[in-house]
Write a protein that binds this ligand. Structure first.
Ligand SMILES: *Cc1c(COP(=O)(O)O)cnc(C)c1O
Length: 430
């Protein structure tokens, strides 16, 4: 291994910690869960990132999802440069909103109308208000280990003993705000049935990540999504897919295309902004008609639908429409995850994992992993050493066992091969 030197990263991060809480603008970037110093990026291009000390990495984080075409794709950048000359924000209707809306409606089968916002968090908090406004009910079911942004009512971790009590996950979140957030273990239809039975005519809907990425990669068991579709319909509740991560990533039409299930509402983010801040929510036209100014449910945004963000989104979706996109992503990602699992086996480490298209994950536990409780059985100390070993050898993985990994169209087979060669070396040393 060549010398891994991070002097500049350390200096910059030390200064950042005096200026910003924890030195970051979003917590996971501080590497707390894997330990060790985070590296400070200087630039990104294609499948690669370079830090301020000049180290190059193959990047499997992809800015947490947006970079599915590869970082700084030349066509996205040149479209942005052209848009920039016309101004950065209009605060007025802009034809680019129509263009992106048409692309989204054509892509995502359940979306008949869409509203643009600036982040996945905003999309999820708005969709929750909409679920309640439309049904006239206050309670909502979410799943343990699913993340729907940082709005108060979603910050509910459901420890085993208090699984359905809706206790807040963060100080500053009042209990009465989360008391309407009911939780169930992921992949547990019986638990959802029980919640519906215990709260008749009170549940506005069920929201979930159709494939979980925020407690590591956890796919839905056969029948789980179908079961939720039936249960919500039977109980007059809405089914909401949070596709902020899976949208345009596990298929062009998201999880709803992949699994053939039609939710009532969908949230989007990450890929849809092509690296700029965009989120969206949409769904059935009769529900979306509730949203102001068409209807009474208030929701607004100074920078929403701004021309730069729309441009990056449009160009990114156009690039993804090229034939073969998702076959390629699926193939390289399968090679990666199968390779990692084979290496773990050869080197005597219990591991399990999987992938769907450009989203993957693996755990240091024999598995199987069906929910957050299972995921927590992973050997986190081992993951931390693995993460550090990979980082020092030029592979940038998400700095937490509980995050999915991402590939992009810019990742080559050679990148995957190199990653596996490095992983072998690291796993042998664990
Ligand atoms: C990232 C994410 C969010 C939050 O999006 P932000 O843009 O970070 O606010 C919400 N839901 C899911 C499933 C996500 O992965």
């Amino acid at each position: 291994m060549s010398q891994f030197q991070t002097t500049k990263s350390q200096e910059i991060f030390a200064a950042a910690q005096r200026l910003m809480p924890g030195g970051v603008s979003s917590p996971v970037r501080a590497f707390k869960s894997v330990g060790g110093q985070p590296i400070v990026f200087d630039r990104v291009q294609g499948a690669y990132a370079w830090d301020v000390d000049g180290n190059q990495y193959i990047d499997y984080v992809g800015s947490w999802g947006p970079a599915i075409c590869g970082h700084a794709h030349p066509e996205v950048i040149s479209a942005l440069k052209a848009a920039l000359d016309k101004g950065t924000s209009f605060g007025a209707p802009c034809v680019l909103e129509n263009v992106l809306a048409e692309l989204v409606i054509a892509a995502v089968s359940s979306i008949e109308m869409v509203r643009f916002v600036n982040s996945g968090t905003e999309a999820c908090m708005s969709v929750l208000r909409l679920m309640r406004a439309f049904t006239g009910r206050d309670k909502v079911i979410k799943f343990e280990g699913c993340y729907h942004g940082h709005a108060d009512m979603f910050l509910v971790k459901a420890g085993s003993g208090v699984a359905t009590l809706g206790l807040p996950d963060s100080p500053g979140v009042p209990k009465n705000v989360t008391s309407n957030t009911l939780t169930a273990p992921y992949n547990d239809l019986e638990a959802v049935k029980t919640l519906f039975a215990e709260n008749p005519d009170q549940i506005a809907g069920v929201i979930l990540e159709p494939v979980v990425g925020n407690s590591g990669f956890i796919p839905p068991d056969a029948g789980f999504l179908e079961g939720l579709r039936v249960l919500t319909q039977e109980n007059g509740a809405l089914l909401v897919f949070d596709e902020v991560m899976t949208g345009f990533r596990i298929a062009y039409g998201g999880a709803q295309e992949k699994f053939g299930i039609k939710p009532d509402l969908t949230t989007l983010g990450k890929v849809i902004g092509g690296g700029l801040p965009v989120g969206a929510y949409g769904g059935r036209a009769d529900i979306m008609a509730m949203v102001a100014p068409a209807g009474p449910m208030y929701q607004a945004g100074t920078l929403s639908g701004n021309p730069l963000a729309m441009t990056a989104g449009i160009k990114t979706l156009e690039l993804l429409q090229k034939p073969g996109t998702y076959d390629y992503l699926d193939r390289i990602t399968k090679t990666l995850i199968q390779g990692l699992l084979d290496i773990a086996k050869e080197t005597g480490h219990a591991a399990c994992g999987g992938s769907i298209s450009a989203m993957f994950g693996f755990f240091f536990t024999a598995g199987p992993v069906h929910n957050y409780e299972d995921a927590k059985k992973s050997d986190l100390a081992k993951f931390s050493r693995f993460h550090r070993g990979m980082l020092e050898r030029g592979i940038y993985l998400a700095p937490s066992q509980f995050e999915a990994g991402f590939t992009s169209l810019a990742h080559t087979e050679a990148d995957i091969e190199k990653t596996l060669a490095v992983a072998k070396e690291v796993m042998q040393s664990l």
